[in-house]
Design a protein around this ligand. Sequence first.
Ligand code: SF4
Length: 76
Amino acid sequence: MSDVKRTPVLQISHDPCPQVQSCELFPLFKSKGAAGLFKIHYCQSDYSACARYKIATTGRSVPRTLLPDGSVMRPT
Ligand code: SF4
């Protein structure tokens, strides 16, 4: 019997965000880079914490440059 403790594997237990079809930024998060982390953390996991989702559910228009963490995307 081994005494090695295993690190729990991240489990995504939530349904995907209901806004994925209409969210302007979701297609940008399909990359495997840093933007992909937004998809994993918010779109596929905790979408209720997403700043874009919160605004969308109020019926207001979501600023195009608003990121899920509440920061604003800078022009490249
Ligand atoms: S960025 Fe936010 S609103 Fe858009 S799909 Fe992801 S979780 Fe939903």
